[in-house]
Design a binder for this molecule. Sequence first.
Ligand SMILES: *[C@@H]1O[C@H](CO)[C@@H](O)[C@H](O)[C@H]1NC(C)=O
Ligand SMILES: *[C@@H]1O[C@H](CO)[C@@H](O)[C@H](O)[C@H]1NC(C)=O
Ligand SMILES: *[C@@H]1O[C@H](CO)[C@@H](O)[C@H](O)[C@H]1NC(C)=O
Ligand SMILES: *[C@@H]1O[C@H](CO)[C@@H](O)[C@H](O)[C@H]1NC(C)=O
Ligand SMILES: *[C@@H]1O[C@H](CO)[C@@H](O)[C@H](O)[C@H]1NC(C)=O
Length: 343
Amino acid sequence: MKSLQGACIGLVLFTLSFSNSFNSCVQGKCLNDQKALLLQLNQSLISNFTLVDFHKADQDDDTHPDLPLTFSSKRDSWRLNTDCCSWDGIGCDIAGRVISLDLSGEYLVGGLNSSSSLFSLQHLEKLNLADNHFAVTSSPIPSGLDQLANLIYLNMSRSGFIGQIPIDISRLTSLVILDLSGDVIIKDPDLEALTRNLTRLRELLLNSVTIFEQGNKWCRSLSSSLPKLQVLILEWCDLSGPLDSSLLRLQSLRVLRLTANNISSEIPDFLADFPNLVTFVCESCELYGSFPERLLKVKTLRNLNLRSNERLQGSLPEFPKDGRLQELVLAVTGFGGEIPTSI
Ligand SMILES: *[C@@H]1O[C@H](CO)[C@@H](O)[C@H](O)[C@H]1NC(C)=O
Ligand SMILES: *[C@@H]1O[C@H](CO)[C@@H](O)[C@H](O)[C@H]1NC(C)=O
Ligand SMILES: *[C@@H]1O[C@H](CO)[C@@H](O)[C@H](O)[C@H]1NC(C)=O
Ligand SMILES: *[C@@H]1O[C@H](CO)[C@@H](O)[C@H](O)[C@H]1NC(C)=O
Ligand SMILES: *[C@@H]1O[C@H](CO)[C@@H](O)[C@H](O)[C@H]1NC(C)=O
């Protein structure tokens, strides 16, 4: 314990000059106005624990004795007489301003609209609303998010919000990581309008988001807006192909996952030209033609998964000695020929 504290103090000294630190060691004491906003927010949030009760009911007949009996909400630790910076799901900066709020997995069903006190927490840099149940109350993504201009990280993955992603998101120009995976849609405003000004974005995750775009325009929309993108995850998005060479503008791209989109084309040779490509996954993408052998020899590549593209042809070359390939999935494809010894 002693040494842990020592490490903590060391960290404090080291990180003092970085206001963006989420480290729990550098938290100040909660400011009154911040606490008041959180209490107001707590009052307005509605959790629906029916799912939890269901598990509990299961328990009663002793069929799953090992499941936890009760669900504990992070917000149970939000106590009037304690420092709000010590509450579960809350992170503060050294001045005692709330910069991080994690309300993921809280079974939330409603209570968020543009007048929510959530949007008065102006210093928030990190907001996580993932894994909630807002769909139960058919709640759209609330407008007002653009009031949180300092957000660096926004996660609304499987939050249950429905409907169009609002234009407000496009004004969060400090965002570095954005995860909006879930049953929402991108139509009007379109992908280009939503991302045009998010120039600092390094990770974009839109799994299961229905994206309405003509043909492969999505490639140009993203590549013209997001020069720093490293991680692009667009699975189950209703996207079409072929992959457009404009994607090559994303020179920092490391991870590209496109599973379950009807790309319906050949795999372009230019994929081998990304200097940092580590992961390319495109299961069930209706890919066909002959696989560009050059891609298999890319030295940075670690994961290549092309499962369930029956019309995709190819054979395995000798792999480079200094390659990093760890995962190669070619099940249910038309790959054939010999397994090279270098494998
Ligand atoms: C905040 O909400 C949680 C969950 O409903 C509750 O247990 C807690 O007592 C509330 N805190 C305050 C200070 O009202
Ligand atoms: C926002 O929700 C609160 C209750 O959570 C409600 O009192 C208020 O009228 C709502 N405001 C709008 C603009 O819908
Ligand atoms: C968003 O939250 C979900 C659920 O907690 C998590 O699985 C996912 O990795 C998060 N996304 C990012 C980009 O951190
Ligand atoms: C992007 O920023 C430019 C310049 O600040 C602004 O004119 C434009 O309206 C913004 N676009 C969107 C979609 O917010
Ligand atoms: C995929 O797209 C192609 C070309 O647009 C179309 O012919 C084909 O039916 C589509 N396949 C599926 C499974 O939707």
